[in-house]
Design a protein around this ligand. Structure first.
Ligand code: NAD
Length: 428
């Protein structure tokens, strides 16, 4: 159900954690900015919110109803961009938060996009491939009035993957009567996807981590111990790239819990084991840990790469890592941010650390629109260039205003959108 947005305070009263976090971060950052107060109020609000209930035929002939959302937070800098999440935890408020973070993320790394997010309340693991295809195609067809390469461009997120993006692209293309690969990113390469897109978010997380370590003089990968929560698209690719660079990964987890080896896990063997068994548990030379235990294990770098709200005021005082690099969106609450800050733990914020995904999605869109495709080296070179440039400008902002990296990233991004809004003016 769409909550009536009568006033900003009304929204605050009714929302769960992720949106509260997004708004609290926003309110903290705008205090430092020289922006018109009307513009500040304008940017607090999602531009449009779409809510849909739709039927899906199950394999046994039953018809089940599902609920989905798509929120466009901002279209000030360009078409809205953001993933689609399949999870039973999806709420409109969560989608609002994720859409707002997409606006700031795209602005921070200078992409010509606004922010959006979508979600369907479904556990994809309980559906057959045919059921998932019918669900995805029906949800996509409900989104067609909102979606286009020039209006709103979805991508994968938790619980969705490249195949689902291909079904979305096909559904849209069948409706308009010709192929439109640029309507969605994160597609398989054989239907207009970009080389390197699957790995991009995890790789970007590690590019940011390496840069942060380098800036504090840690240049020997073999001496750095990582712990990663989440072993999906972001977590597993981050683990694989970090392992290739020589870092030690002591622990990883998925929704069912984690595994730990204080001497380091063999990540290529673990990825094969996970693909075969569908579970981390039982991997040779490892002991089980819960997700809660994993976050407070002794290590140098903690990478939350599962979901929001994981690092809170309850566990922040016990975190042993000296650096946190946020692979997930919104994994740290504002109270936890304050505790980590006081404890001198460096946090590389989500809108910078996990921007690799949307950066390569942007490359995919550009390649589709130009019908001219790049090789993998070019994708990775441009990804690293944009991320390091954004890291540098964020670190510079942090130093200039004596604020932490979260605040600096939010300030840069919000300022960019706010200034563009002031230039465009308030319509009409
Ligand atoms: P995914 O579905 O591929 O993987 C999610 C992982 O988290 C899985 O290993 C799952 O088992 C685990 N998980 C789920 N619920 C959990 C819980 N309660 N506790 C511990 N682990 C849990 O999703 P993903 O694409 O890797 O996304 C992970 C995070 O990264 C999300 O916050 C997403 O919004 C963010 N993100 C993803 C991308 C991308 O390109 N896929 C880009 C930017 C940000």
């Amino acid at each position: 159900m769409v909550v009536a947005l009568n006033s900003a305070n009304h929204v605050l009263d009714t929302i769960p954690n992720a949106y509260q976090t997004a708004l609290a971060q926003y309110d903290r950052a705008v205090r430092y900015l020289d922006l018109d107060e009307n513009v500040i109020e304008y940017m607090r609000w999602p531009r449009r919110e779409f809510s849909v209930n739709f039927p899906v035929k199950r394999d046994d002939g039953r018809v089940e109803m599902f609920t989905g959302y798509r929120v466009h937070h901002s279209t000030v800098l360009g078409p809205s961009k953001g993933g689609i999440r399949y999870s039973l935890d999806v709420t409109l408020d969560e989608v609002r938060a994720l859409a707002m973070w997409m606006t700031w993320k795209c602005a921070l790394v200078h992409l010509p996009y606004g922010g959006a997010k979508g979600g369907v309340l479904v556990d994809p693991k309980t559906m057959s491939q045919a059921e998932l295809e019918r669900l995805t195609r029906r949800y996509a067809s409900e989104l067609i009035p909102l979606m286009s390469p020039h209006a709103d461009i979805p991508a994968p997120d938790m619980g969705t993957n490249a195949q689902m993006m291909a079904w979305i692209m096909d559904t849209y293309s069948m409706t308009v009567g010709y192929s439109v690969p640029a309507v969605v990113t994160g597609k398989p390469v054989n239907v207009g996807g970009s080389l390197g897109r699957n790995e991009a978010t995890g790789r970007g997380v590690i590019i940011c981590m390496v840069e942060a370590l380098k800036r504090r003089g840690d240049t020997d990968p073999g001496s750095i111990r990582l712990v990663i929560q989440g072993f999906g698209n972001v977590g597993s690719h981050a683990a694989a790239y970090a392992y290739d660079l020589g870092y030690k990964i002591l622990a990883v987890s998925d929704v069912n819990g984690g595994i730990y080896n204080p001497k380091g896990l063999d990540i290529p063997a673990l990825r094969r084991y996970y693909a075969q068994n569908g579970a981390l548990a039982g991997f040779p030379n490892s002991e089980p840990v819960t997700n809660a235990e994993l976050l407070t294990l002794p290590c140098d770098v903690l990478i939350p790469a599962a979901m929001e709200g994981q690092i809170t005021k309850n566990n922040a005082p016990r975190i042993q890592a000296s650096m946190i690099v946020e692979g997930a969106n919104g994994p740290t609450t504002p109270e936890a941010d304050d505790i980590l800050d006081e404890r001198g733990i460096l946090l590389v914020p989500d809108i910078l650390a996990n921007a690799g995904g949307v950066i390569v999605s942007y490359f995919e869109w550009v390649q589709d629109l130009q019908a001219f495709f790049w090789d993998e080296e070019e994708v990775y070179r441009q990804l690293e260039r944009i991320l390091l440039r954004s890291y540098d400008s964020t670190a510079h902002m942090a130093e200039q205003h004596n604020v932490n990296m979260r605040m600096a990233a939010q300030m840069s991004a919000i300022n960019r959108v706010g200034k563009a809004l002031m230039t465009r003016g308030i319509y009409p």
